[in-house]
Write a protein that binds this ligand. Structure first.
Ligand code: FO1
Length: 330
């Protein structure tokens, strides 16, 4: 029984996981999910990346969006707006709200996030073990400069540098202004959730899917002890580039890569992770020219199709990643 550990963020990670599960249905897959995107709204705790994995693999995801539920309605949101209770820019559907009510109820009763996630997954049966990276509160904030915003979007307060919640940067601002810093608030005091270090220690292979290297995989690696556990696991660690050509496949990874001074190219991301962490790296065929550059950095590299256009494509990507893992293991 092959044991695979995957560090996953949101949409990109979840789509890759569908392919991985199809490629090796008999494998035991443990997903370490990013919780830095979590946000508290209307008294509820929302965990976007955990929910995207759970809904995508459980069959409840809104397929085009890659987040939220299919067949959604927004009656509660409309009523909240009628009361003037915001924010209106983060749309929570009625079905999705039930997940956040159950989660918040269990957290309030004293269950850790890992137990809550296990309980929610008992309904969805994602076919993988989904662990939050930590049970402690971590929320990514982005440092922007309000003077980069149009006048009418600056809000109150002195113009200048301001830290805003990642979701406000991502959803309300659509990453339309430079991110001067990306800070996973609370990460330095967090510890890996129960089962995380054990899963890494027992893994036969560890995969970094095409998730955002800064706010998804980067945030998971910011939990003290996680990066070292992966580096010292002594098993192949293979990643798939989230950047194809010079643009992110999904989302706006280039905006947050700039914040940490990493250029938005497949080879720059590989070098950012480093050969201390990565043994292998898959780039898309359009980036075949960068294979030599990545190999010079001490990371085995191959060029394969990386556009996640459908399940067959992601299944092939997963197969290619596992083949590269076997190659570096030899
Ligand atoms: N993304 C949006 O672009 N607009 C939204 O209104 C929105 C709502 C939302 C609600 C629940 C949820 O789990 C995710 C939601 N997302 C929305 C996506 C979310 O911002 C991203 O999935 C991650 O945070 C980034 O991977």
């Amino acid at each position: 029984m092959q044991r695979i550990v995957v560090l996953a963020g949101g949409v990109g990670g979840a789509r890759f996981l569908r392919g991985l599960r199809a490629a090796v249905p008999e494998a035991e897959i443990t997903v370490i999910g990013n919780t830095g995107d979590d946000i508290h709204l209307f008294g509820l705790k929302v965990c976007p990346d955990l929910d995207t994995v759970m809904y995508t693999l459980g069959g409840g995801i809104h397929p085009e969006q890659g987040w939220g539920r299919a067949e959604e309605s927004f009656t509660v949101s409309e009523e909240l707006a009628a009361y003037g209770v915001g924010p209106g820019w983060f749309s929570l559907g009625d079905r999705d709200l039930a997940t956040h009510v159950v989660r918040t109820q269990m957290l309030t009763a004293g269950y850790p996030l890992s137990a809550v996630t296990e309980a929610l997954c008992a309904r969805w049966n994602p076919g993988v073990r989904l662990l939050p990276m930590t049970d402690d509160r971590v929320e990514t904030h982005v440092l922007i400069d309000t003077t980069d915003l149009p006048e009418d979007q600056r809000g109150e307060g002195e113009p200048g540098r301001r830290a805003i919640h990642f979701q406000e940067y991502w959803v309300r601002l659509r990453a339309s202004v430079p991110a001067h810093a990306v800070v996973p608030v609370g990460a330095e005091h967090s510890k890996p959730a129960p089962g995380v270090l054990e899963a890494i220690a027992e893994a036969d292979v560890i995969l970094f899917p095409p998730s955002n290297p800064v706010v998804s995989v980067g945030t998971i690696l910011a939990v003290p002890g996680l990066r070292e556990a992966i580096a010292d696991a002594g098993v192949p660690v293979v990643g798939l580039s989230p950047i194809v050509g010079d643009a992110p496949v999904h989302g706006m990874a280039d905006k947050v890569l700039a914040a940490i001074g990493v250029e938005a190219t497949a080879s720059a991301v590989a070098r950012h992770y480093g050969s201390g962490l990565l043994d292998g790296w898959l780039v898309d065929e359009v980036d075949a020219g960068s294979v030599g550059d990545v190999e010079t950095a001490g990371i085995r590299c191959r060029a394969v199709p990386l556009m996640m256009r459908d399940l067959d494509a992601t299944t092939e990507m997963a197969r290619a990643a596992l083949e590269l893992a076997a190659e570096v293991d030899a």
